[in-house]
Design a protein around this ligand. Sequence first.
Ligand SMILES: Cc1cc2nc3c(=O)[nH]c(=O)nc-3n(C[C@H](O)[C@H](O)[C@H](O)COP(=O)(O)OP(=O)(O)OC[C@H]3O[C@@H](n4cnc5c(N)ncnc54)[C@H](O)[C@@H]3O)c2cc1C
Length: 394
Amino acid sequence: MPASADPRADRCAEAARFREFVDRVVTPRAAGIDQDGAVPSEVVRSLAAEGYLGAGVAVEHGGGGFDAVRLGILYEEVGRGCSSVRTLLTVHGMVASAVERWGTGVQRADLLPRLARGEVIGVFALSEEAAGSDPTTVRTTAEPVPDGYVLTGTKRWISMALIADVLLVFARTPGGITAFLVPRDTPGLRVAPIDGVLGTRGGLMGEVQLEGCRVPAGAVLGPVDRGFMTVAAVALELGRYSVACGCVGIAQACLDASMNHTAHRWQGGAFIKDHQLIRRLLTDMATEVAAARLLCRQAGALRAGNDLAAPMATWMAKYFAAAAANRAARETVQIHGAAGCFDGHPAARYLRDAKVMEIIEGSTQIQQVVIADLVRQERHRLPDLAEALMSVGR
Ligand SMILES: Cc1cc2nc3c(=O)[nH]c(=O)nc-3n(C[C@H](O)[C@H](O)[C@H](O)COP(=O)(O)OP(=O)(O)OC[C@H]3O[C@@H](n4cnc5c(N)ncnc54)[C@H](O)[C@@H]3O)c2cc1C
């Protein structure tokens, strides 16, 4: 889109474009995605055609060159329509951002444009049965051999594993943890579906088994033995930001559904929107949506400016937005009464999806621990919120 003299107007126009796409392509399919447990290939193709799978990748590498604020607005809008589709943007974007930041010249030239165009789907494979909130305890090993490594282990809960073309796998090397880019068709790599997840049911989740999986030395991404604090850190911070913005989308969807239902449901001699207790629920929901959105915009503005406080702002945004989405989803089920208690109802989906957001990308408890630590460190002091937001329109 050509830039005009008014960047705020540009952002509004772009948000409207995202919204139109989500209302046309994503939201109408959300119930089916939830029911079928899969994001359909036509949605993946539409995301790719719009450039959304490579939105955060620099233009010179074939991406959209979105700054963090624009990217956040996209995540929010897609999250409003369907958390499973937003999950695809998240994990794929995490891999692309890791390659962009830590890739060799060859990896960037070969893989990044294909990730950006959505010709290759990337997924993030860190978690294991015994390594969840503390992923530094991963047990998957990468044994050095002449010209490469042999990977052995099992990764669990890997979103979009069933449609992955390349997996960003973290494994233990002799001196620490190293990141590897492993093509899906590497001999010894097997993906088994994981069914029955509570929320983001279209996440095409899988268990990734690596049995003597041989990769060349060129599969290493970032520094050997230091892949956690480098490659994983970059990817996880983007993932956290993306989930935070997606949570604002869930909360907004809850507010929209609640406003609509309360305006039409007649009980006790009035539309239920006119009962004071319901008005209080709507007021709290609307206020929390606005507050969560502001925290996400702040995190986006700080990320765009490479500010040292960006990680803390991102943790705070994710912490608050996930909790706000859960409160909004709970009250949305309440407002819909019995109708909202059934699997096929959007309110029930919002509630299930919101719960997952308090577990992934740093659980609520981990955030409570980390934010307190960061607050103690002067270099993570947040600039004045208004200051950070002033830069959003620039
Ligand atoms: C839908 C979904 C999609 C996922 N997608 C991916 C993916 O694409 N890639 C990937 O690598 N992983 C993925 N995961 C895994 C996810 O990252 C982990 O579930 C998450 O890190 C939590 O780990 P855990 O489930 O083992 O819980 P645990 O770490 O066992 O935590 C259990 C409970 O203990 C609490 N807890 C843990 N440590 C502490 C502590 N130090 N202090 C206080 N409380 C603590 C937690 O908050 C939680 O309430 C996904 C999970 C889900 C549910």
